[in-house]
Design a protein around this ligand. Sequence first.
Ligand SMILES: Cc1ncc(COP(=O)(O)O)c(C=O)c1O
Length: 394
Amino acid sequence: MFETLEPKPGDAILKLIGEHKEDPRAEKIDLGVGVYRDAEGNTPILNSVKKAEHWLVGTQTSKAYLGSRGDIVFCDDVEKLVFGDDAADDDRISTVQSPGGSGALRVGAELILRANPDAVMWVSDPTWNNHIPLMGNAGLKLQPYPYYDGEKNSIRFDDMMETLGTANAGEIVLLHGCCHNPTGMDLSRDQWDLVTDLVEERSLMPFIDIAYQGFAEGLEDDTYGVRLMYGRVPEMIVTQSCSKNFGLYRDRVGALSFLSPDADTAKVVDSQALSLVRTIYSLPPDHGAAVVSHILNDEELRAEWLGELAGMRKRLQSMRKLLVEELKSVAPDHDFSHIALTTGMFCYLGVTPEQVAALKKDRGVYLVDSSRINVCGITEGNVRYLAESIASVL
Ligand SMILES: Cc1ncc(COP(=O)(O)O)c(C=O)c1O
């Protein structure tokens, strides 16, 4: 049977990581990788996480199955994190723990299809490259809405509104809660207000993916869009990831929340979500979620985690600023100021695929063809070399 299968191309980023690893040049730089890195190039385990793991190992008495929801306390905790403290008492919201944000996205897509097999979802152009297969392979009919202008390095907000203005009632709009991946360009608060008006007017359903909460402006500030919609729309889906903000990538921690018009509908939606989980992966992994829950409920650990999160956010902000300053000095005729306006781990550098290839070949600077860079690859030690490299290919 297997002979009927065609080989699938490997992941472009994994290929890039491999090429970077093989490159013998000492000054090489990896801007492709999809995880946070500190100034030493490491993806550390947060101290707050280490402490919570010690606590967990010392106190856990059983590894017996939990239900398909996962840990109920974790679900309440992350609901509060994204919707606000009052959400835990709101019986219109139901949440299941998930294997990362990816697991949440897939179960969310499957649930939509149970409700409406012909459902249409609008996704930003561009969007995180795994959104398309995660949601599309589930069977959702995907439609792009304009989001980023690569010439002007800014959001195509008017075009986005015009396109979404043609969407039909009941269609779903996938929005990035903050730190838009890959562009790093987020909607302003005024723009969120206008998108919310439109979603209400046209009876669209928002699906907000928030995978970088705490990486843009701050833990609370980054929920502006989610909380605005929560106050205004009858139905919404929110997916969260703890991969980045807790650094728990491989432990697979995320959550999927549904806002329903009333408590009775919420119960039905919840039962459908649990039955989907049961038939896909039965129940989510426990370790990482137990760690997150402990951190959020322990005052000292929570404060330590908030400090570590702020440290990651500030490093990203300062590296962006530094790169823009260095580029201004080595390439004064070119405008890279958009980089300083972006948030989170990623942004587009704004160079051509040919220039990307030259950066790799001539200078050992590795980034994907679209020119998306992971800002974490920049350090005070390599930023000058990076700016000179970019200037050399312009
Ligand atoms: C926009 C976006 N959503 C969701 C995810 C899912 O992350 P994970 O499944 O690792 O938690 C990512 C990861 O890169 C992402 O960038």
